[in-house]
Design a protein around this ligand. Structure first.
Ligand code: SF4
Length: 457
């Protein structure tokens, strides 16, 4: 089998992994220092329809696998075409593609051959050849095989920009049922090592100018959603723990694409829960940049996110008694809770109102999305919308484009059936009722610098 035939098989086999975004790592190509460069702003933000990041060569070293994870197309019991690259072959392919400007880096994963350490040794050798023999300085993201040794994690961390260990299934029970050869401990141990090593490396780099960088773009993970009965509340709680415990840069959510018949999995004919995946990304954004807690994003008693509304709007609809807020008085954190106000527009409001009292017509130029925000704001005591809608009407008006049409057919819910009554919400308060009240939300807390880089809500 030639290299291109292998690429067809191993590129296709890798497309189910969502976690291939790159950012946070900077390295320039200087004359004589090799080829390639990567920038902290991220080099791969292009995604194909099936979720693949197209500016990385995203590929498996091999799709031979000794494990038999029920949800995986590459599991040992499946009869699929198999292939394997030699480390030098894949390194050369990466460099050739880079020179032709097809890609900006490599995303490398693999099936488990023999055992985790043997597989890691092959992946380490691939990246070593790429870095040391070809002088490749572009972006490299490597999947760490759960259960591998600390030595293997150390070696790959010194070669790759980002490493990640896939958690895959959101609960221990699901892992035991569907991926019995993996263990929670085998997943968490390398994540813990990377977290500690990255933190220590930060100090090393300050103290010793020439210290080698360890995974300078940090670590991430992927969670599959929709393969198991685990709810959005469970997924978000787990994400919160992962961010806190392992200092992850990102948790990627991957809608399960049914490929195998299994009594515990959705039927092969069922559609991937793409809208659910989309809502989880929005909820994740709220946790990371808007100081929302996992517990408050999901409605009590309803373990899954509202598919019609983005999670921030859904939260606001559940807390209509806290709105409208007065844009001239609300603190930063309160402003961030207003649908249609993002990090940048909230900061602009704070800056602008130091100079003058804001009127409704001043808000749109500050980047506030008035289509949503007007129902939750007063400016100078005047309600920003033309009239106060009833809650049911407001809910219909605030359903976003994806909630209204994008993926709705994929996940028909009981409430969507003709004649079924949807949930009702209490009447929206009168305009101005809270215009002069102090903010009902928590006092502002200091925000990380990275917030400043974010787009509006
Ligand atoms: S170890 Fe990875 S490649 Fe192998 S069956 Fe499990 S998920 Fe698939």
């Amino acid at each position: 089998m030639d290299t291109i035939e292998k690429l067809a098989i191993l590129g296709d086999a890798a497309r189910f992994d969502a976690s291939c975004s790159s950012s946070g790592s900077s390295r320039s190509a200087s004359p004589g220092a090799g080829v390639g460069s990567t920038v902290a702003g991220g080099i791969c933000h292009s995604w194909t329809d099936d979720g693949r990041c197209i500016s990385l060569l995203k590929v498996l070293l091999t799709n031979h696998c000794d494990y038999d994870c029920a949800y995986c197309r590459n599991r040992s019991s499946n009869d699929v075409p198999r292939a394997a690259f030699r480390p030098e072959e894949l390194a050369m392919l990466t460099v050739e593609f880079y020179r032709r400007n097809y890609i900006e880096g490599l995303f490398l994963s693999s099936g488990v051959v023999r055992d985790p350490d043997h597989t890691m040794a092959l992946m380490i050798e691939t990246v070593r050849v790429l870095r040391e023999e070809h002088g490749f300085r572009g972006y490299v993201h490597v999947k760490v095989i759960p259960g591998c040794s600390q030595e293997a994690v150390e070696r790959i961390g010194l070669l790759a920009d980002r490493v990640s260990v896939n958690v895959e299934l959101p609960s221990g029970r699901s892992l035991t049922a569907l991926a019995p050869q993996k263990t929670a401990a085998g997943i968490e141990a390398p994540m813990g090592y990377v977290a500690a090593r990255v933190a220590a490396n930060r100090d090393e780099l300050v103290r010793y100018r020439g210290a080698p960088a360890f995974a300078p773009a940090g670590q991430s993970t992927q969670l599959i959603v929709g393969a198991t009965p685990d709810s959005d509340a469970q997924v978000l709680r787990l994400s919160k723990r992962l961010y806190g415990r392992f200092a992850l840069k990102r948790v990627f959510y991957s809608a399960y694409i049914p490929t195998n018949e299994h009594p515990l999995l959705p039927a092969v004919s069922s559609a991937p829960p793409l809208l659910r995946e989309h809502r989880l990304y929005q909820a994740d954004w709220l946790m990371r940049f808007y100081r929302f807690d996992a517990e408050e994003i999901v409605e009590p008693g309803k373990p899954n996110l509202d598919l019609d509304l983005d999670p921030k709007t859904a939260w606001a609809m559940r807390h209509l008694d806290l709105f409208p807020v007065e844009v001239n008085r609300a603190d930063y954190e309160t402003l961030l809770r207003v649908p249609g106000i993002g990090v940048v527009s909230a900061q602009r409001v704070l800056a602008a109102r130091r100079l003058a009292r804001l009127r409704t017509e001043d808000l749109k130029p500050l980047g506030i999305v008035m289509k949503r925000a007007r129902f939750f704001l007063t400016a100078g005591g005047r309600y920003a919308a033309e009239r106060v809608p009833q809650a049911d009407e407001l809910r219909l008006m605030l359903a976003d484009a994806v909630g209204q049409k994008g993926y709705a057919p994929l996940q028909l819910r009981i409430e969507d059936l003709p004649g079924a009554a949807g949930p009702t919400v209490g009447a929206f308060p009168r305009a101005g009722a809270f215009a002069d009240a102090p903010s009902p939300l928590a006092a502002p807390a200091p925000f990380a610098a990275e917030r400043l880089l974010l787009p509006g809500a």
